[in-house]
Design a protein around this ligand. Structure first.
Ligand code: ATP
Ligand code: MG
Length: 589
């Protein structure tokens, strides 16, 4: 395969696109790999498509290796199955919906659990048909709130999704492990640094779940880990243990005090220290206060329901953690009009006492697990300018349960006791999870077991962001001059630059390309007559093929230059050895 710059469907850009916020986006557009057609939707131009196909090939090889079978479903899907699992409404505005000419509802598939489940239900009926693993590499649609960073978060993107079907939990564990091993091989081959973190399964439901995150400073996902790496989890998945009960025998009865103008924790702490100093001489701190945060949950059925969260005053609610806990409900702000509808709530002075009794509609109250039974707090008295002191959980107030919604901070203990946590950022590249019987139950996928009894099939679901991987590899492999592709992903193996207007130079460049092609090595030949050597070198650096061969002035003296795009190293090779040298280099790594 030989591409010629003179005819290649490519225009490189010297300027950064105005909407590009991360290097991979800037460079993929400038080097002519992708082209935006509308927000979050990209066309793949010849060079970009070759990289995308390389990612697909790696993914395909590793999926085939674990015995998963490839097939392909449509992207345009009927509403009914998604209605049956509840996801037609759960997905909310994230789904592209449309109607056909008869008025029937359709959606553009954001993920395909329903379709795979139904196909297996139609075709298979016995335990003898299982285990089964199916996959597709297919275009997905999600109307993301914030498409960003080019192909990293698109509204149309390519995903590899696979689904496993087993009769029992042991089978599911084995299928999950096989996928996990395949993912390790895929991400090793894609060549970026990644971590495997514990995850929540979001709208999918299910039990065991892990994400593969490419480590990237500007990644959208925050995860935490211990220094030795023995614990790593998506922030949403960190489970803070319940603090054990403490003895409150010496705590005096709760008492309400005047704390004028203290609607914030900061003002409360300073007023409390002046007007109501502690008996033991220690200063009050934010950690002694119980902050009550009220939000409004918007449920998929369109109803709204308030939720109060009680947490130590030195911590904030982490919106992403909260959203993961209440999904599929969405979290909205509790607005002035909501306060008007709940007159017992006094903004800035909300306390547990005011939450249960709201006429007919009580507000659900969930506590951070750090709040121990028997612990005493300073908290709102549900009156303007007043707080209650020595309010003991389990003695003076109750809650409806706990919630994992408080922020996780550097230095917090890992839940498994393996040490203090540190936060880092990454890009989610893959997600594997055990669905269990959620979809099989909703869609009635059962098979006959050995004893002729119907059992519900247990499933797993596994995704890789194929188009995102192109952005992610670019994000991790570039310099100021442009992209630097790892060998397995590079659009071609070699970039041959012919400089000047000497016929012999151009003829030699073509000859090298043909000789390489004969050995299965692909190339770009920069055969443009008009372009200066400077322009050609700049383009070669921007495009980022790892091996650059320069045929130019040296040819008269019998040498050709090989440049390594990654190290910047150059060396001259005698003309008669150039093909052998390039082949060796391409096949090395
Ligand atoms: P995210 O949290 O990044 O929105 P997700 O958890 O919704 O992703 P999954 O449903 O787990 O994504 O999809 C499987 C994989 O598909 C993800 O791990 C990611 O690599 C990729 N992916 C998801 N959304 C997008 C998108 N909008 N653009 C490109 N790739 C995506
Ligand atoms: Mg995910």
């Amino acid at each position: 395969m030989i591409l010629h710059m003179s005819s290649l469907f490519l225009r490189t850009l010297r300027e950064d696109p105005v909407d590009a916020d991360v290097p991979s986006h800037r460079l993929l557009v400038r080097a002519g790999f992708v082209r935006r057609t509308s927000p979050g939707i990209y066309a793949w131009l010849p060079l970009g498509l070759r990289v995308l196909r390389n990612v697909e090939r790696i993914v395909r090889e590793e999926m085939d290796r674990i015995g998963a079978q490839e097939l392909i479903f449509p992207a345009l899907l009927p509403r009914e199955p998604y209605e049956q699992t509840g996801r037609w409404s759960e997905y909310g505005d994230n789904v592209f919906r449309l109607k056909d000419r008869k008025g029937a509802d359709y959606l553009l598939g954001p993920t395909h659990e329903e379709m795979f489940t139904l196909a297996v239900k139609d075709m298979f009926s016995s335990y003898k048909d299982l285990p089964l693993a199916l996959y597709q590499i297919q275009t997905k649609y999600r109307d993301e709130v914030r498409p960003r960073a080019g192909v990293l978060r698109g509204r149309e993107f390519v995903m590899k999704d696979s689904y496993s079907f087993n009769v029992d939990a042991a089978g599911l564990d084995a299928a999950y492990q096989a996928h996990r091993d395949a993912y390790v091989r895929i991400f090793d081959r894609l060549g970026f640094d990644y971590v495997i973190v514990q995850a929540t399964s979001g709208a999918m439901g299910g039990s065991r779940s892990e994400e593969f995150l490419a480590t990237a400073e500007n990644g959208e996902d925050t995860y935490v880990r211990t220094v030795d790496g023995s614990y790593a989890a998506n922030v949403e998945a960190v489970t803070v243990p319940q603090a054990p009960p403490v003895d409150y025998a010496d705590i005096p009865a709760a008492h309400v005090e005047d704390t004028p103008d203290t609607p914030t924790i900061e003002t409360l702490v300073s007023v409390a220290n002046v007007r109501h100093p502690r008996a033991d001489g220690r200063q009050w701190t934010a950690a002694d206060t119980l902050k009550n945060v009220i939000v409004m949950l918007a449920l998929p059925d369109g109803t709204r329901e308030p939720l109060a969260i009680g947490l130590p005053g030195d911590r904030d609610v982490d919106l992403k953690r909260l959203e993961a806990q209440v999904a599929p409900a969405a979290v909205e702000a509790f607005e002035e009009k909501d306060f008007a509808a709940y007159p017992r709530l006094v903004k800035g002075y909300i306390g547990p006492g005011g939450l249960g009794e709201q006429g007919t509609s009580a507000i659900r109250y969930l506590l951070d697990p750090r709040v121990a039974v028997g612990s005493a707090w300073v908290t709102g008295a549900n009156e303007p300018g007043r707080h209650v002191f020595d309010l003991v959980y389990g003695r003076d107030f109750e809650a409806d349960g706990t919630i994992q919604a408080a922020e996780i901070r550097d230095g917090d203990d890992a839940p498994d006791g393996s040490g203090p946590l540190v936060a880092a950022r990454g890009i989610e590249m893959g997600h594997i999870f055990q669905l269990g019987t959620k979809y099989a139950e909703a869609l009635d996928l059962k098979v006959l077991d050995q004893h002729g009894k119907l059992v519900t099939v247990t499933m797993g679901s596994y995704g890789v962001g194929v188009s995102r991987a192109v952005g992610c590899v670019a994000e991790g492999n570039h310099d100021d001059a442009g992209l630097i592709w790892p060998r397995e992903l590079s659009p071609v193996d070699v970039h041959i630059v012919a400089t000047g207007k000497d016929e012999a130079v151009h003829a030699k460049a073509e000859q090298i390309a043909s000789a390489l092609d004969a050995q299965g090595i692909s190339s770009i030949v920069d055969d443009r007559w008009q372009a200066s050597p400077g322009v050609k070198f700049k383009d070669a650096e921007l495009i980022g093929v790892p091996t650059i061969v320069v045929v130019g002035k040296g040819l008269a003296a019998g040498v050709i230059e090989i440049k390594d795009r990654r190290s910047g190293e150059r060396r001259e090779v005698p003309v008669d050895q150039i093909v052998t040298a390039v082949v060796a280099e391409v096949r090395s790594v």
